[in-house]
Design a protein around this ligand. Structure first.
Ligand code: 13P
Length: 253
């Protein structure tokens, strides 16, 4: 049985008082539960604050991106080692917003996955198609291309102990969730593709769905055999909404 994960992606949101209020509202409601994991991926400047609030709790924390470089003249980048120094255990890599707005190509994403692994972080590798790609029936081709870039660089071993997130771009922040059947279909495709290289790694790879997950749709999504949790944007910023999704993960399976 695979572990289930609920990971909040705060994106470019937060403030010192707001973060504290949010986490203090969440923490009393979260008790450790075997096989279930809750985490938040926060803007880098808040890592120290979030560590102070979450250390010793069942909630883990991570970054939203990681440099492909270890150190040097790379203005603006944050390395995996730096994230680790602040107790982060996770890093989102290849989010569609990084791919479309900040020029992260498949090759760069593959380098970032390798850098995260080298630093001892669990990468959350994001893949997903746009609406135009889905309408042209290119979903599988896009997912294959994004996944293969990582598999070709580092092999299936790069995903052993990592998380894979399917985030259809058309469902992110739009209120349009993929149906549970659409999510399952994409997840099954991705798992089969990893299995071609390494069946054991594929079988234990937790696969998260992201895109307008809410308390109201989480139960149905998490009931799918290949959906092992969610990567949550907007709903991770509201304690009650995030907790509702967490409760769905606790109750699932
Ligand atoms: P929303 O949950 O706001 O649609 O965002 C999903 C996402 O991009 C998580 O990484």
């Amino acid at each position: 049985m695979r572990q289930k994960y609920v990971v909040g992606n705060w994106k470019l949101n937060g403030s010192l008082p707001g973060n504290e209020a949010l986490l203090k509202a969440i923490l009393p409601e979260v008790s450790p539960k075997a096989g279930r994991h809750l985490a938040v991926c926060v803007p880098a400047p808040y890592l120290a604050q979030v560590r102070g609030l979450l250390e010793g709790s069942p909630v883990a924390w991570g970054g939203q991106d990681v440099s492909r470089f270890e150190k040097g003249a790379y203005t603006g980048d944050v390395s995996g080692a730096m994230l680790r120094e602040f107790g982060a255990t996770l890093a989102i890599v290849g989010h569609s917003e990084r791919r479309t707005l900040f020029g992260d190509t498949d090759a760069i994403v593959a380098e970032k996955v390798a850098a995260a692994r080298k630093a001892g972080l669990t990468p959350i590798l994001c893949v997903g198609e746009t609406l135009a790609e889905r309408e042209r029936s290119e979903t599988e081709a896009v997912l294959a291309r994004q996944l293969d870039a990582v598999l070709e660089k580092s092999g299936a071993a790069a995903l052993d102990g990592a998380l894979l997130a399917y985030e259809p771009v058309w469902a992110i922040g739009t209120g349009k969730t993929a149906t549970s059947a659409q999510a399952q279909e994409a997840h099954a495709f991705l798992r089969a593709r990893v299995a071609k290289q390494d069946a054991a790694v594929a079988a234990r790879l937790p696969m998260l769905y992201g895109g307008s997950v809410k308390g109201a749709n989480a139960t149905e999504l998490f009931a799918m055999p290949d959906v092992d949790g969610g990567l949550i944007g907007g709903a991770s910023l509201v304690a009650e909404d995030f907790l509702a999704i967490w409760r769905a993960a606790v109750a699932a399976g």
